[in-house]
Design a protein around this ligand. Structure first.
Ligand SMILES: *[C@@H]1O[C@H](CO)[C@@H](O)[C@H](O)[C@H]1NC(C)=O
Ligand SMILES: *[C@@H]1O[C@H](CO)[C@@H](O)[C@H](O)[C@H]1NC(C)=O
Length: 351
């Protein structure tokens, strides 16, 4: 091969590499990579004390429920490649003055919503707030700032409709979206209910197109629902007015083999994070499915890619200090103050 041809190949390769990085970058890393890093001890955390957030629900109120160790509240997320600003509630409120924020999803959305209401209230404790519930929507309002932080409980994003044959999970329809019109910032999430079976599964049939099915591959169903949601985003969201986020897959910790502690059968008595930046057990497969669908959406949607940073936090769950108390074992939700405060800290850095 002549030297010129070799040089040509070299430049072509280099160009393609740059192109690949650029395409990847425009989807996920437009604002710097906040999602690769480590947890470091920082006594200036947590960002608020539970006593300054009187409305934390019992489910997340670990200290109030008797959790004795507190080290888990003193960790700060330290991204390797970019500088994460500390959450500043007053600044957040000034930026969002007159605006509405809505979390849409399951109880992990409620976890993040509650974290944000605590972060904001504790930043301006003397500022009046109201907390109301209308149907499936909870509305926290900071009246002086006219900022509304809302939660729409909607576990699948797509519809579940009562019909003659029973309750039908409709993967192609998204009537619940009526509640999302006119909101300035939307943060979606769905995942934890897709593998639910037995008496707490809230549907009897699945509808995909014209087909009514008794059941189907759950990961495929999750993917179809995300595609329906993506189409809604592309045909309803004006990106000059509305910011759209996806909360990402929040992981659970019920198997210590995945963090090299095979004797651990749950997150109980875990007091510190996994050190370093990688989780031995790898990512849940849903993450790749979610990223695949997000790539097909034309409207800018920012993924809060919180899976890895949360995987490292085997110490962050309520375990027996949650809703079920000593007879429960919650390694899915997160104590507050705790990990979802970091999700909101990253959200603050992205707006
Ligand atoms: C807060 O609410 C109280 C009672 O409604 C009212 O008297 C007070 O003026 C409000 N404070 C502010 C700063 O708006
Ligand atoms: C825990 O994870 C390990 C490693 O992936 C796996 O072999 C094992 O079956 C898992 N245990 C349970 C109870 O799921």
């Amino acid at each position: 091969m002549s030297e010129r041809v070799q040089r040509g190949f070299f430049f072509l390769f280099f160009f393609l590499l740059l192109l690949a990085l650029k395409v990847r970058g425009s989807v996920y890393d437009a604002n710097g990579d906040f999602f690769t890093g480590t947890w470091v001890l920082d006594k200036s955390y947590p960002l608020y004390q539970p006593s300054t957030c009187p409305f934390i629900e019992r489910e997340f109120r670990c200290q109030g429920n008797g959790r004795p160790d507190l080290i888990y509240t003193h960790y700060r997320w330290h991204p390797l490649a970019s500088n994460l600003l500390r959450f500043d509630g007053q600044d957040f409120l000034e930026k969002m003055r007159g605006k509405s924020i809505m979390f849409v999803g399951d109880s992990l959305s409620r976890n993040q919503w509650q974290s944000l209401t605590c972060l904001l209230h504790s930043a301006v404790p003397n500022s009046n707030y109201t907390l109301a519930r209308v149907g499936d929507v909870s509305i926290f309002t900071l009246t002086e700032y006219s900022v509304k932080v809302m939660l729409d409980r909607n576990v699948y994003l797509v519809d579940v409709v009562k019909e003659k044959i029973g309750r039908v999970l409709k993967l192609d329809t998204i009537e619940g979206s009526k509640l999302w019109q006119g909101i300035d910032m939307l943060i979606f999430n769905t995942w934890h209910w897709w593998y639910r079976r037995g008496p707490t599964q809230p549907w009897d049939y699945i509808q995909l197109g014209n087909r009514i099915l008794k059941d189907m591959d759950r990961m495929k169903a999750f993917e179809e629902a995300l595609k329906t949601w993506g189409k809604w985003v592309d045909s309803n969201v004006d990106p000059t007015k509305v910011k759209v986020f996806f909360q990402g897959i929040s992981p659970s910790h019920y198997n210590g083999s995945l963090w090299n502690e095979p004797s651990a059968k749950s997150c109980l008595r875990q007091k510190t994070p996994v050190p370093g930046s990688t989780y031995p057990g790898g990512l849940p497969p849903a993450v790749a499915v979610l990223k695949g669908v997000l790539r097909t959406i034309k409207t800018p949607v920012t993924l809060l890619d919180i899976t890895t940073l949360s995987l490292l936090r085997k110490d962050g769950h309520p375990s027996i200090y949650g809703l079920g108390g000593a007879t429960g074992m919650d390694c899915s939700h997160w104590c507050l103050p705790g990990v979802p405060d970091t999700w909101n800290e990253i959200l603050y850095n992205l707006i």
